[in-house]
Design a protein around this ligand. Sequence first.
Ligand code: GEK
Length: 237
Amino acid sequence: MTNRDSIFRDPQQIVDFAFDQRVVDVFPDMIRRSIPGYDTIISISGLMLAEHLKDSEICYDLGCSLGATTLAIAQRLGKKRCKLIAIDNSEAMLTKARKLLTHEAIELMMSDIRQVDLQPAGAVVMNFTLQFIAPKERLALIKKIYAALRPGGLLIISEKIHCSETAEEDYFNAIHAQYKMANGYTGLEVSQKRSALEKVMIIDDIETHQQRMNEAGFSDIKIWFRCLNWASILAVK
Ligand code: GEK
């Protein structure tokens, strides 16, 4: 059963958002009511990653939370015996993920993705995680992923994005706020959560993502999903 997210319902002193027990308890509800296209991104990225992996290869899910993407991949592996390594640095997330993810292909690891050594891999996914890494540390992380991937390996990154034009950005932000209210959040909840995320979730525009991936070595980069100010990008080494 999924608990309903009411973390920001009451007026409160805003502190920086953290992936703590309170968030873990409501996470599936929170993320689905907040990110347009979340279920589509998870299931289709799971499909693409499973299809791309060769037998016995490793796939990393960086910032796995409760492991939704890893589970989507596992369900599509068929006869391939791959190892799906799902990493997060929130102890509360991983404790719950351990209870939810019992598939034999999955290995959960509590680690900071900026510091972890990556083994040679066929694919890597970072769904809605890079935005929580300090901007100056992002290129090094993408370079580390590039180095770990085999030639032809796949990287999928999904993020909230800035638009290059202010009018478009304002329009998408307004519609996104309406989307959240249509999903049952109040205006106060939307604005209090926005404030809590202000310093911890720093978003880039799509061109910055593409340039960074390019600088890391990726040449084949495609936007495969876009909805308002959310996008998912795939890149092949
Ligand atoms: C999903 N991918 O359901 N090292 C490891 N994990 C980190 C780090 C770090 N340095 N920084 C943040 N995280 C998931 C959703 S949520 C996105 C990903 C969101 C983890 C953090 O603990 C959290 O679990 C996750 O990245 C981001 O598709 O809630 O908006």
